[in-house]
Design a protein around this ligand. Structure first.
Ligand SMILES: [Zn+2]
Length: 140
């Protein structure tokens, strides 16, 4: 005898979008329709997720390139700067680096909090160059 067939039972349950709104406390109330392998977000939050991910990954790439290039001046190098033109060029370089670090750190934290419901997620590997840069700015 074949098992009972119940056509009213849904094949897949509709889940709610797992994203927190910008207040980082309120859950999105829309159905999750986007994501792989299982839908985890609504269409709007999936777009935000992708945009934010690309933005902080791009910033992280810049941060890593600067770190690997060894372009962040040492204290001794800073002491040897004698021309205003060189100083201004280095300040501009460091400002761009600081902005990339800020974008990456903020992006990772917000991304983890809103889309993965994690508390502060900040890579400690980014701490050291920041201290050097902070010293550089304070020295100028
Ligand atoms: Zn949503």
């Amino acid at each position: 005898m074949p098992g009972p067939h119940n056509p009213s039972t849904p094949e897949t349950a509709i889940t709610q979008c797992r994203t927190l709104e910008e207040d980082e406390a309120t859950h999105c109330g829309k159905p999750a329709t986007e994501g792989y392998p299982c839908p985890e977000r609504c269409k709007i939050h999936q777009q935000q997720y992708r945009t934010m991910y690309c933005k902080y990954k791009e910033a992280a790439k810049h941060v890593d390139e600067v770190k690997q290039s060894g372009s962040i001046p040492t204290t001794h190098e800073i002491e040897l700067y004698g021309k205003l033109e060189v100083v201004l060029k280095k300040i501009n370089f460091v400002r761009k680096y600081i902005e990339a670090v800020r974008v990456e750190r903020t992006g990772r934290r917000i991304h983890g909090t809103r889309f993965f419901l994690k508390s502060a997620f900040i890579s400690s590997s980014k701490q050291s160059p920041m201290l050097t840069v902070t010293f550089f700015i304070a020295f100028m």
